[in-house]
Design a protein. Structure first.
Length: 197
């Protein structure tokens, strides 16, 4: 474990179990990539997906941040899911329930054509099982325009909060409501698109 991946605050929320970390990565779609572009820190949202012990991201081959992290040879990627708003008796103890992952690693450009195609297929499969067989595969021009980046999950940790309010004993009898308002990711009905409509 690298010093960066060791949780320093909120130790009781620290998670190093790979199975639990993998589940958080698999349950979420959006990550944030950190790097330095032209001397300034930059963070960019991106889709992420996992194959075994490797996290993948992708983007335009002309993307400034992706090219910067490849040149620098390091990045930090975060993933988070908001699971609930925690209402406490006191304003100070309001909080949220969440699952988050932080990954430090060396971004590697996937150059092998077969590995790249399989990685992109795995992204479609994350959207919907079987989707990679239900769509036109990328052509040579599209493949060239797309960078796929692999980052090992070697240096990774998570933090999870999944409890109720933590009020001070002196506040417990105050006449204010407390509890958790759950937040769920819900998929709606598929809406077909008609370009001729």
């Amino acid at each position: 474990m690298q010093p960066q991946t060791q949780v320093k605050r909120g130790l009781k929320r620290a998670v190093y179990d790979r199975e639990q970390i993998n589940q958080i990565l698999d349950d979420t779609y959006l990550c944030h990539i950190g790097g330095v572009v032209d001397g300034y820190p930059a963070v960019q949202p991106n889709l992420h997906w996992r194959i075994g012990d490797t996290l993948y991201i992708h983007g335009s081959s002309k993307n400034g941040l992706i090219n910067a992290i490849l040149t620098e040879g390091k990045t930090c990627i975060t993933v988070s899911a908001l699971d609930g708003i925690v209402f406490a008796k006191s304003a100070f103890h309001h909080s949220v329930n969440y699952r988050s992952v932080m990954l430090f690693g060396t971004p590697i450009l996937v150059e092998d054509e077969q590995e790249k195609r399989e990685a992109l297929d795995a992204l479609l499969e994350k959207f919907k099982k079987g989707r990679s067989k239900e769509t036109r595969p990328p052509n040579a021009t599209e493949m060239k325009a797309t960078s796929v980046i692999a980052i090992s999950l070697e240096h990774v940790s998570a933090k999870v909060r999944a409890t109720g309010p933590e009020d001070d004993p002196a506040d417990l009898d105050l006449p204010f409501t407390s509890g958790v308002l759950p937040i769920h990711q819900v998929y709606g009905e598929f809406e077909p698109f008609d370009p001729n409509a």
